[in-house]
Write a protein that binds this ligand. Sequence first.
Ligand code: ZN
Length: 227
Amino acid sequence: MFTNEKAVVVFSGGQDSTTCLFWAKQHFTEVEVVTFDYGQRHKLEIECATSIAADLGVKQTILDMSLLNQLAPNALTRSDQEISHEEGKLPSTFVEGRNLLFLSFAAVLAKQIGARHLITGVCETDFSGYPDCRDVFIKSMNVTLNLSMDYHFVIHTPLMWLNKAETWSMADELGAFDYVQERTLTCYNGIIGDGCGECPACKLRKAGLDQYSAERNLSSSQAEVQS
Ligand code: ZN
């Protein structure tokens, strides 16, 4: 617990950033979130993030990042581009420079409100080839932010080394399992909760959930045997 410390969570309303928000609320006295509007396929993503922030009683700042779409049209922002992931290539959902820009803007906001802790749900384990989700990038970014603003930011990445099943486990430990399952939006087709079940994001989410549920059932039945 970082007593009397303020944190800003980079928040999209998805499974990962919502789990990070619960984590942040447990570790910091004061938490705010920043959500980036870059013309996502589904406006619902922003609405979903807003309702979760309201539910959890944290202040949300929505920043307009539509310029990202102007620079790098891609499948996350353009509904006319198909979501695909060819072997050996970056997925079509990759937005060039996204975390670099998001963390920079989050840091500017954080410094303004007197927060030095930044939290992001990036993860290297389920590395889809996104270079800006790697731990080495985050560490380099942390140094750059500190130098650029002469400030002691600390970037926290609670999910960095977890697989999807372990992320569900973390949500469970935070008492947020049901909430994360029912209220977050991961689906590329804009369906909250378990989603469409067909898109790559839904499949990844479900695979992690199934793995975690199987492990949880196994450990609870082992506990019964022991007792
Ligand atoms: Zn889906």
